[in-house]
Design a protein around this ligand. Structure first.
Ligand code: ADP
Ligand code: MG
Length: 292
């Protein structure tokens, strides 16, 4: 039977928007020594907005914005929403595309007018051997500001740059400071690039950042740390976090995130407020003290 103190702890959590799904998760929370934390939508609001849009010499801004809009209307990714909102605010039309494909952790592609269109992170274009030197300086400058930069290519030619930025949640800093004071090692995991990720992490006083990760990489990092004897919590919101959330000793999903993340996790922070992790740990400590 579940000890009464555990039931009480779970009830207290629920009252404060910290949903702890089972007694075992509450028991494990106090033992966590490592917190892996996703950047986009977890440390940040996950509602990026467009910061810059520029096109290569001789290209039409109007046409390329319509093309970007057409691709991103079919994507669920937060950066897609940022691009679509911007295009709408400019009164952009949308282009007629086919064969839309989503390339997890990288971007999107489609066919327009018989040509292959790619829109995604610089790595997506580089992987296709597309020359991006014309945009390289701008890419680095914007990433250093903490922006996430996307490039668009048509028929193997880089034609446009778009960048978005995402606000850090006002509650993130306090949560991170408190967890670090408790001796927790905090590591940022992100599909975003290293320069952008470090710029964001620095604002939170975090220096351990693992960037350019695919969902399978996040999962593998959880496993590796566990194999080293760490007791690992993972906090995330996306489809890309789900395997890692399920593998972690305690998976913590944002209530603002995807259903699959919430299903895979043991704890759900209803409002996505990371101070809920501090709360959950203190509930765990109380409950376990009463059992011992
Ligand atoms: P994160 O949760 O850090 O955003 P993802 O793995 O979801 O990580 O995505 C990694 C990167 O791939 C994004 O930062 C973005 O640059 C690019 N990307 C993903 N989806 C899209 C999309 N629909 N359009 C353009 N770029 C995308
Ligand atoms: Mg995310």
């Amino acid at each position: 039977a579940t000890p009464i103190s555990v039931t009480v702890g779970i009830g207290r959590g629920a009252r404060d928007g910290v949903l702890i799904k089972d007694a075992e998760a509450l028991e494990r929370l106090e033992k966590i020594d490592t917190l892996l934390i996703d950047k986009t939508g977890t440390l940040t609001e996950g509602k990026p907005s467009l910061q810059s849009f520029s096109v290569a010499t001789g290209e039409s801004e109007t046409d390329l914005l319509a093309l970007a809009m057409a691709l991103e209307q079919r994507s669920e990714h937060p950066v897609a929403h940022a691009i679509v909102s911007y295009a709408e605010s400019r009164g952009s039309k949308t282009a007629d595309i086919s064969n839309f494909t989503s390339i997890t952790g990288k971007g999107v592609s489609a066919i327009f007018d018989g040509k292959t269109v790619l829109l995604g992170n610089p790595a997506l274009l580089k992987g296709q051997a597309i020359d991006i030197t014309g945009f390289a300086q701008q890419v680095t400058d914007l990433q250093t500001l903490g922006h996430t930069v996307m490039l668009m290519a048509v028929d193997q030619k880089a034609v446009a740059l778009l960048s978005v930025a995402d606000k850090i949640k006002s509650s993130s800093k306090e949560a991170i400071v408190q967890l670090q004071q408790q001796g927790m090692q905090v590591i940022v995991l992100t599909g975003d690039n290293a320069i952008t990720a470090q710029a964001v992490a620095r604002q939170l006083g975090l220096d351990d950042v693992r960037a350019d990760l695919l969902p399978a990489d996040k999962f593998r990092i959880v496993q590796e740390l566990q194999a080293q004897g760490r007791v690992v919590a993972m906090a995330g919101d996306g489809i890309n976090d789900a395997p890692a959330l399920a593998q972690a000793d305690v998976g913590i999903a944002m209530g603002s995130g995807t259903d699959i993340a919430m299903h895979s996790a043991h704890v759900v922070l209803v409002k996505g407020d990371l101070r809920g992790i501090v709360k959950a740990r203190s509930l765990s400590q109380h409950a376990m003290k009463n059992i011992r």
